[in-house]
Design a protein around this ligand. Structure first.
Ligand SMILES: [Fe+2]
Ligand SMILES: [Fe+2]
Length: 190
């Protein structure tokens, strides 16, 4: 999914983007915090996989079924609307980012579809109290957290260091303003 970035100058105008930026702080640090949250979710999913078939924590299944798709989609929105388009504005790395953007966005779509399926399966476990098909659930859980950990590791190793090295102050402001929009944070909320 590709969504056009709004004009770079708008977010940096006093009274609009600046207020939103102050709410969110450093946008690259926020992406890293989200990665930590996603890895915590992966660890919880692994603990469910390890507890199959008889010791599954119903409450954890219920919590993750609600949290997983929502948190993942917001994180992808931040990367696809803010991080990647703004990195592509930087001439020295635009080509490099362009070559990885399609692959990353494809993985996002696959992971979101997978997360929706997993959420439905976990909600069923929470309702029933046990997994109807533990082998299938274990396969789904491991497929998701193994591939998602690889995706995050790559972004941490390659994408975020590029952002650290190249994003200017005003580009960080633009990025934070878009991420504020993704959270429906209005300038008046300051
Ligand atoms: Fe990503
Ligand atoms: Fe990410």
């Amino acid at each position: 999914m590709t969504i056009a970035t709004r004009p770079a100058s708008r977010a940096a105008q006093p009274g609009t983007g600046d207020r939103k930026v102050s709410i969110l702080g450093d946008p690259i640090a926020l992406i890293r915090q989200d990665h930590i949250r996603q890895l915590e979710i992966c660890a919880d999913l692994e603990s469910i996989a390890d507890s199959l078939p008889h010791d599954v924590d119903k409450t954890l299944c219920e919590r993750l079924s609600a949290l997983l798709p929502v948190s993942l989609k917001l994180h992808h929105k931040d990367e696809e609307r803010a991080l990647l388009p703004i990195l592509r504005q930087i001439p020295q790395i635009a080509e490099t980012v362009k070559t990885v953007q399609d692959r990353l966005e494809e993985e996002h779509t696959t992971d979101e579809d997978f997360a929706d399926e997993l959420a439905a399966a976990l909600a069923d476990v929470a309702d029933l109290g046990w997994p109807e098909n533990p082998e299938m659930l274990g396969y789904m859980l491991r497929g998701y957290f193994e591939s998602h950990r690889r995706h995050i590791a790559w972004e941490e190793a390659v994408l975020l260091p590029l952002a650290d090295a190249h994003l200017s102050r005003s580009q960080r402001h633009d990025m934070a303003a878009i991420m504020a929009e993704n959270r429906n944070i209005q300038a008046s909320a300051h």
